[in-house]
Design a protein around this ligand. Structure first.
Ligand SMILES: CC(=O)SCCNC(=O)CCNC(=O)[C@H](O)C(C)(C)COP(=O)(O)OP(=O)(O)OC[C@H]1O[C@@H](n2cnc3c(N)ncnc32)[C@H](O)[C@@H]1OP(=O)(O)O
Length: 211
């Protein structure tokens, strides 16, 4: 069995995650990217195509991290990787502040400067991006992405696969459904239904594009 770690993805998000993993003393052996990925990602050799995962599992690799920004795709790939027998590790910056009473799932990324406060829960595959904060009793759903510099007040719930764009703000007690997209700088002051696309101050449903 190999101690080395496989990162799925070879993009900008993967670069940040590779550095987080290195910061915690972990060695990334290979990235698995798409056909159009480069050959090297931050010094890590890139294999092209998901079919390489099966071969890596046969070679004894057992630990993986899915570094894909797109939420639904990250969730699908994680299921495939787990089915091959890989364990999903976390990439948590030593420069993040994670409360000892918070619960953190598997395959989670928490970037530098992020703060996760008391009794919060961060589900599998969530991303808490650079300098974002999740205050007390927050609940972040599976494969959700809290963008850089977002500020979530206490008791905010974010559903699975939802994305809050950079610099969004959420007042206390708000519940955001699954698969929501909130534009950069949204100020969210009331509950949001699943699949909604919202933006603005205060955040409102975005106009549909003309066909
Ligand atoms: C480390 C990292 O990089 S992590 C990644 C962080 N990424 C982000 O934060 C991205 C956030 N993305 C956004 O805010 C995008 O604008 C989205 C997803 C909300 C919308 O993107 P699109 O679907 O392409 O919408 P589009 O650009 O066509 O805009 C549609 C309308 O919404 C408006 N709009 C778009 N974004 C916003 C916003 N954040 N706030 C207010 N209005 C907005 C546009 O002005 C446009 O208005 P109009 O119809 O009156 O002209």
């Amino acid at each position: 069995m190999s101690d080395g770690l496989i990162v799925i993805g070879a993009s900008g998000h993967a670069k940040v995650c590779i550095e987080l993993l290195r910061d915690t003393g972990q060695h990334v052996s290979f990235c698995v990217g798409g056909a159009d990925s480069g050959d090297i990602c931050l010094g890590v050799p890139v294999l092209h195509g998901d079919e390489h995962l099966e071969a890596l599992a046969r070679q004894g690799f057992r630990r993986a991290f899915v570094a894909i920004g797109a939420n639904a795709l990250r969730q699908r790939l994680a299921a495939a990787v787990r089915a091959l027998g890989f364990e999903l590790v976390n990439a948590v910056s030593p420069r993040a502040m994670v409360s000892p009473s918070a619960t953190i799932g598997h395959g989670v990324a928490i970037m530098a400067g992020a703060v996760i406060n008391a009794d919060s829960s961060i589900a599998d595959l969530a991303i808490i991006n650079t300098a974002a904060s999740v205050d007390h009793d927050g609940v972040i759903g599976e494969a959700a992405h809290i963008g850089p510099q977002c500020g979530l007040a206490g008791n905010v719930h974010v559903g699975p696969r939802s994305f809050l764009g950079i610099g969004s703000r959420v007042i206390p007690g708000v519940s955001i459904g699954a698969d929501v997209v909130a534009g950069a700088g949204s100020v969210i002051i009331s509950n949001v239904a699943q699949n909604a696309r919202i933006a603005g101050i205060p955040a409102k449903t975005m106009r549909k594009k003309a066909p």
